[in-house]
Ligand binder design. Structure first.
Ligand code: PLP
Length: 430
């Protein structure tokens, strides 16, 4: 007797509703993107049915011969993309990748350093409400107040004072290139492990537009769904596998090579079975990122971000650090609109179908729920085919809404214009 197929209209209607929301709006969330049909297809495939605890060739389940090939391919492709010798493609997310590195490299209570959350860092780099800040002793470094850029001198001073076991570079709302060479020098001075979380700019790094941290850091983590334009997930990389000079041990007390420590920290350390359907989608995305078209797309992402930042500054907006080197920017609303919070700005823009997120700015006097800033990014809008001309219009529309965030007529006018304009941009343009 065959099973009668039922359509869960409740869920599928919601999925279609979200599809329409994505189609109609201008997507400016810096950490989002639109995946290709093939990435999407790999995620919704039969591979979701398979258990595969362990690693290719060393699994705890039978029937893994095909997923072994898939996972090995993902590893091979991502190593080629970033010039890495080692990759783990199993982390379910960026935060999981970071948690695994912490588990491999630190003991509870150990000191490490990361960029403060309100200066652009990520929750998983030492926030008091994340395992990184709960289990380990986090020391935050900051941006320089005048330049809006990472204060490497302060970082060095803090490192010499606190002797951290690990120093983390990378963040979630930092629009400038990192000085990885300087960070490695600081880490070496105090004998610390140097880790970079390149989640945000990974796609621009893959395209060769920004410095590659794999050349400088002991360990690099990333998400795969931001500028890298793959499925939601995480990865861990090393330029070269090495015997660990810090004498780090497995839970059984054995000193092992870094690759073995990292692999066992992911599984069985913090995860069970890998998501092989997502790993297949990662492999598809890595191959897309290896193509010449991806480089052109990434160049346009960077160009669009620069134009958007310049156009906003022309209109009197304050961009932290005075511009951007990557795909993102942090808008400090305080000088142009002293009474406007990031929360109200986000709500007004979202009502006009321009999606952004509120964000704390360095030295913010408002809380993380209110904030004095918004974060903008160009990966998603560029995937839809946006060029510089659309960025000029986006800046104009943002100003129009934020000049009158409570005015429903203005918001309705802008929303209509946004919907009309976006009808000309397909959801996946290339
Ligand atoms: N690392 C950085 C720098 C991020 O910006 C983010 C997410 O925004 C993450 C890690 C976490 O990734 P996920 O949401 O996949 O856990």
């Amino acid at each position: 007797k065959s099973i009668k197929m039922k359509t869960d209209t409740t869920v599928f209607d919601l999925i279609e509703k979200e599809h329409q929301r994505q189609l109609k709006g201008i997507e400016l969330i810096a950490s989002e993107n639109f995946v290709s049909d093939e990435v999407m297809k790999a995620m919704g495939s039969w591979l979701t049915n398979k258990y595969a605890e362990g690693y290719p060739g060393k699994r705890y389940y039978g029937g893994c011969q095909v997923v072994d090939e898939v996972e090995s391919l993902a590893i091979e492709r991502v190593c080629k993309l970033f010039g890495a010798e080692y990759a783990n493609v199993q982390p379910h997310s960026g935060a999981q990748a970071n948690a695994a590195v912490f588990l491999a490299c630190l003991k509870p209570g150990d000191t490490f350093m990361g960029l403060n959350l309100d200066h652009g860092g990520h929750l998983s780099h030492g926030s008091a409400v994340n395992t990184s800040g709960i289990l380990y002793h986090a020391i935050g470094y900051n941006l320089n107040k005048e330049t809006g850029r990472v204060d490497y001198d302060e970082m060095e001073k803090l490192a010499l004072e606190h002797r951290p076991k690990m120093i983390i570079g990378g963040g979630s709302a930092y629009s400038r290139e990192w000085d990885y060479a300087r960070m490695r020098e600081i880490a070496d001075k105090v004998g610390a492990i140097f880790m970079v979380d390149m989640a945000h700019p990974a796609g621009l790094i893959a395209a060769g537009l920004l410095e590659n941290p794999v050349k400088y850091a002991h360990i690099v983590t990333s998400t795969t769904h931001k500028t890298l334009r793959g499925p939601r997930g995480g990865i861990i990389l090393m330029g070269k596998d090495f015997d660990n000079p810090w004498g780090l041990k497995t839970p059984k007390g054995e000193v092992k090579k870094m690759s073995q420590l990292l692999n066992s920290a992911v599984f069985p350390g913090i995860q069970g079975g890998p998501l092989e359907h997502v790993i297949a989608a990662k492999a598809v995305a890595f191959n897309e990122a290896l193509q010449p078209e991806f480089k052109e797309w990434a160049k346009q992402v960077q160009k669009n971000a620069k134009v958007l930042a310049d156009e906003l500054m022309k209109r009197g907006f304050d961009i932290v650090s005075g511009g951007t080197d990557n795909h993102s920017m942090l808008v400090d609303l305080r000088s142009k609109y002293p009474d406007l919070t990031g929360k109200v700005a986000e709500k007004a823009l979202v009502a006009a179908d321009i999606t952004v997120n509120k964000n704390m700015v360095p030295f913010d006097s408002r809380s993380a729920f209110q904030t004095s800033g918004i974060r903008l990014g160009t990966p998603a809008i560029t995937t839809r085919g946006a060029k510089e001309d659309l960025m000029v219009l986006v800046a104009e529309l943002i100003e129009k809404v934020l000049n009158a965030p409570e005015d429903e007529n203005v918001i309705a006018d802008v929303r209509k214009q946004v919907n009309e304009v976006m009808a000309g941009y397909p959801l996946f343009a290339y």
